[in-house]
Design a binder for this molecule. Structure first.
Ligand code: CP
Length: 342
C-alpha cells in the first residue's frame, strides 16, 4: 500500500509509505522551513484542534507535535500519563478514541503497548498519528531520521541509495531502528552493519524485510576495525522495556561513542545520529559530550527536522499542504531563530 493521497489517513506504520509517499512528505517538509524559522507565519489551521495524547514519557515527539501544530496556526489539547486519563479506570482504547476524536480534528498518540495506536485508530473519527507504540514502531521519527539522512547526503553531494549504515546498541527494543530500517528498505543497494549484544539483536522480522529487498547485512556483537559507514546511528538501551533496571544494567555502557572511539572506527565524514534521548549518566554515556561540537553530529539537526516533518504530516493529513502560503502573515516580534547547521 502507498499513501498517495494523505488526506484523512491515519499514519500508523512506515509500511504504508512507498518512495513516492516519502518524497511527498519531504517536499512538503522543505516548504515548512520558513515557518519553522519564523521568517513568516501561517494560520492555515486556525481553529483546528490537535489531541496530543502521550501515555508514555516523551520530550521531543510530544513537544514537536504540539509545536508543529501551533506553527500551522492550530490549537493543542494535551493528555500526558496513563494515571491522569480514564484508561486508569479501565476505559478501553476504543472508547477513549470515540470520545476524544469528538474533541479534536486530528490526534497524535504514544502508548507503551505494541499495536495500541492502531487499536485506538479503529475507534477514532479523525486521523491518528502514531508517536510510538511500545517497541513496535515510531513512524514519524523514522521519517525525520530519513529526512535528515537525505539532507546530510545532499550536503555531501550524494543520495541515500548505496549508503552503508551502522546501527548500534539496543536493536531489539529500539523502535526507531525498526521503523527506520523498514523505510530504508525501499532504497537500493544499502549495506547495514548491525552492532548489538546477541540478546538485543535486530528482530528477524526486520532483518527479513531488509534481506528480501536485497540489502547486505552484517551482524556483529562489537565495533571492530575501521567501518566505512556513511551513517552511524547510535541508540539507547531501552530500560523501560526490560523486566527490571538490573536487567538493563547488564548492557548499559556496552556501546559508547566518544571522539576517540569515533575516530578509531569511523571515517572523517561519517554522520553521527541518535533518535535521543541519549543516556548521559556516567554508567551509560552512550554518546559523549566531547562530540557535541563535531560538525558530523546530526542529533540536533534531527530534532529540528522533526518539526518540519510533523508540520508536513499535519498539512498532508488535513489536506492543506497547498494552502499554507495563502494564509501567510508577517512575523512582527523579535526573532533570532536559526536552524542547527552542518
Ligand atoms: N526520539 C523520541 O521519541 O524522543 P522522545 O521520547 O523524547 O519523544
Amino acid at each position: 500500500m502507498s499513501i498517495s493521497t494523505f488526506t484523512g489517513q491515519h499514519i500508523l506504520s512506515v509500511n504504508d509509505f512507498d518512495r513516492d509517499a516519502i518524497q511527498q512528505v519531504f517536499d512538503v517538509a522543505d516548504k515548512m522551513r520558513p515557518y519553522a524559522m519564523r521568517e513568516k507565519r501561517t494560520t492555515v489551521l486556525d481553529g483546528a484542534i490537535l489531541g496530543n495524547l502521550f501515555f508514555e514519557p516523551s520530550t521531543r515527539t510530544r513537544v514537536s507535535f504540539g509545536t508543529a501544530f501551533n506553527l500551522l496556526g492550530g490549537e493543542v489539547r494535551e493528555t500526558t500519563g496513563m494515571s491522569s486519563s480514564a484508561l486508569a479506570k479501565g476505559e478501553s482504547l476504543y472508547d477513549t478514541a470515540r470520545v476524544l476524536s469528538g474533541y479534536s480534528d486530528i490526534i497524535a498518540m504514544r502508548h507503551p503497548a505494541p499495536g495500541s495506536v492502531a487499536e485506538f485508530a479503529e475507534g477514532s473519527r479523525v486521523p491518528v498519528l502514531n508517536g510510538g507504540d511500545g517497541p513496535n514502531e515510531h513512524p514519524t521519527q523514522a521519517l525525520l531520521d530519513l529526512y535528515t539522512i537525505q539532507k546530510e547526503c545532499e550536503y555531501h553531494g550524494g543520495g541515500i541509495d548505496g549508503l552503508h549504515i551502522a546501527m548500534i546498541g539496543d536493536l531489539k527494543f529500539g523502535r526507531t531502528v525498526h521503523s527506520l530500517s523498514k523505510l530504508l528498505s525501499k532504497f537500493k543497494n544499502l549495506r547495514f552493519t548491525l552492532v548489538s549484544p546477541n540478546e538485543l539483536r535486530m528482530p528477524d522480522s526486520v532483518i527479513s524485510v531488509l534481506e528480501d529487498a536485497g540489502h547486505q547485512i552484517r551482524i556483529t556483537e562489537q565495533l571492530e576495525g575501521s567501518l566505512d559507514a556513511d551513517i552511524c546511528y547510535q541508540t539507547r538501551i531501552q530500560e523501560e522495556r526490560f523486566p527490571s533496571p538490573e536487567e538493563a544494567n547488564k548492557y548499559r555502557g556496552r556501546f559508547r561513542l566518544n571522539t576517540e572511539i569515533y575516530t578509531k572506527h569511523f571515517q572523517s565524514k561519517t554522520v553521527i545520529m541518535h533518535p535521543l534521548p541519549r543516556d548521559s549518566r556516567a554508567e551509560a554515556n552512550e554518546l559523549d559530550n566531547d562530540l557535541n561540537m563535531h560538525p558530523n553530529l546530526a542529533i540536533f539537526r534531527q530534532t529540528d527536522n522533526g518539526v518540519l516533518v510533523r508540520m508536513a504530516l499535519f498539512a498532508l493529513t488535513l489536506g492543506v499542504e497547498d494552502l499554507v502560503s495563502r494564509y501567510e502573515k508577517d512575523v512582527v516580534w523579535y526573532t533570532n531563530k536559526h536552524q542547527e547547521t552542518m
